[in-house]
Design a protein around this ligand. Structure first.
Ligand SMILES: [Zn+2]
Length: 135
């Protein structure tokens, strides 16, 4: 006599194994995706560092600005987001129109679409421009 419980168990095991295989494939795919994303970000950082170095060298060649003055400006900009952490992270403040929280890195309020003037050009340049193609 066929043990229905046994058949059920085999079915469950096969289903779990298939699910596990799919999870392994997804993990590999996610790992590859993360690796590619890290490479893309490293490449972007290298590109930005190159631009910063070029601008710094041009500035110092054309003016008499000292390293100390540049370091002072870096510290001044660093604390604008409320933290001295060697990073420019932006800040959240109320949208000028709807008063909901809006991040200074965003070009527009995610709730009402009002242009966010807070923040700076570099921060805003790091986010892609919205796709304006409407079908
Ligand atoms: Zn708004």
């Amino acid at each position: 006599m066929i043990d229905l419980w046994d058949v059920y168990q085999h079915g469950q095991i096969a289903e779990l194994q298939a699910s596990q295989s799919l999870n392994n494939l997804n993990s590999i795919k996610n790992g590859e995706t993360l690796h590619k994303e890290v490479q893309r970000l490293e490449s972007k950082i290298d590109g930005l560092a190159l631009i910063c170095q070029a601008l710094l060298e041009i500035l110092q060649e054309k003016t008499k600005i000292s390293d100390a003055e540049i370091e002072q400006k870096i510290k001044e900009i660093d604390v604008r987001d409320g933290r001295e952490d060697g990073r420019m992270t932006g800040k959240v403040s109320p949208c000028p129109k709807c008063k909901r929280p809006a991040h200074s890195r965003q070009r527009t309020c995610m709730y009402c679409g009002t242009e966010i003037l807070d923040g700076n050009a570099v921060e805003k340049s790091l986010i892609p421009k919205p796709n304006l193609h409407i079908k």
